[in-house]
Design a protein around this ligand. Structure first.
Ligand code: CP
Length: 316
């Protein structure tokens, strides 16, 4: 894999290799006093964040460090971007420092494509969330978490609920889950669905109660109030009543179904605290798994093995 820009770029074989490699990363590091592998020693990973992040930035940093890479954290706040420096000049500066991989989050959909295609840098580019477009490593960590609990996702029914219009997680998840053979239903009020959603490889519904029975997993999405025009949104109370996951709706799920949320959560809006903290919520686990998945992606890109082996098999 040269760049990771979109879930839809991944074949089933590539996605499975990433998930299998992430399992190997978990096996090699979980519960160990020394969690580091020497695989990317001498390589430099740059975290280039033009938008805020808690989970993705720290988890890419931890993943790179666990593979012994050097990490440079760049956030637009406090950098020369606030003096008007362009994406191109920022990229050229980082390239001059010898970046091997650039992990980029940007409010503009397509910014990682610009970096990857421009020729400004020779590094591998990983999309850590671009505008309302894609967040492929989030989809990979979600699939990893679902696979861990449910086994093979082929034929499983996954329900994704909420603000599909302003988010980037739904698009990446629908694409990856379809590639892995799952049946996906996206549920949202009509005003929070993007144009063209009817062409996505999923079913679309406005009725959460009808979609839940038989689902193996339900993924609640954050209502992105900061990107919201009031005209789009019913009201917080109306939204929660029709699209929030509370204990009553939770009861419609089968006993082995799991609940996911990419975070950050609006507790009390799209999900109640009781459901978010319940035994069948895997929300905290998703964060842990994000490190393994990002280790896998960085490893496969930068170490170039491409066969899902880490070279550490003797270390178990
Ligand atoms: N899920 C996710 O992307 O979270 P952050 O915005 O905290 O990175």
């Amino acid at each position: 894999i040269r760049h990771l820009l979109s879930s839809s770029d991944l074949t089933r074989e590539q996605a499975t290799t990433i998930l299998d490699t992430a399992e190997e990363m978990a096996r090699l590091t979980e519960g160990r006093s020394v969690k580091k592998l020497p695989t990317l020693r001498g390589r430099t990973v740059v975290n280039l964040f033009f938008e805020d992040s808690t989970r993705t930035r720290t988890s890419f940093e931890l993943a790179a460090k666990r593979l012994s890479a050097d990490v440079i954290n760049f956030s637009a706040k406090g950098s020369s971007v606030s003096k008007g420096e362009s994406l191109k000049d920022t990229a050229l500066t980082l390239a001059a420092m010898g970046a091997d991989a650039v992990v980029v989050r940007h409010s503009a959909s397509g910014a990682p494509y610009r970096l990857a295609d421009s020729g400004w840098i020779d590094a591998n580019v990983l999309n850590a969330g671009d505008g309302t477009h894609e967040h492929p490593t989030q989809a990979l960590l979600d699939a990893f978490t679902m696979r861990h609990h449910l086994g093979d996702l082929d034929g499983r029914h996954i329900v994704i609920v909420g603000d599909v219009l302003h988010g980037r997680v739904a698009r990446s998840n629908v694409s990856l889950l379809a590639t892995l053979g799952a049946r996906v239903t996206v549920v949202a009020p009509p005003t929070l669905l993007p144009l063209g959603v009817e062409h996505w490889p999923c079913e679309v519904s406005y009725d959460l109660d009808a979609a839940l029975p038989g689902a193996s997993a339900v993924m609640m999405l954050r209502v992105q109030q900061e990107r919201m025009n009031a005209a789009f949104f019913p009201s917080a109370r109306e939204y929660s009543r029709r699209y929030g996951l509370d204990t009553q709706r939770f009861g419609r799920l089968s006993d082995d179904a799991i609940v996911l949320h990419p975070g950050p959560m609006n507790r009390g809006m799209e999900i109640t605290a009781e459901v978010a903290d319940s035994e069948r919520s895997v929300i905290v686990e998703q964060v842990t798994n994000g490190v393994y998945v990002r280790m896998a992606v960085l490893y496969l890109m930068l170490a170039g093995a491409g066969d899902g082996t880490t070279g550490q098999e003797g270390a178990a």
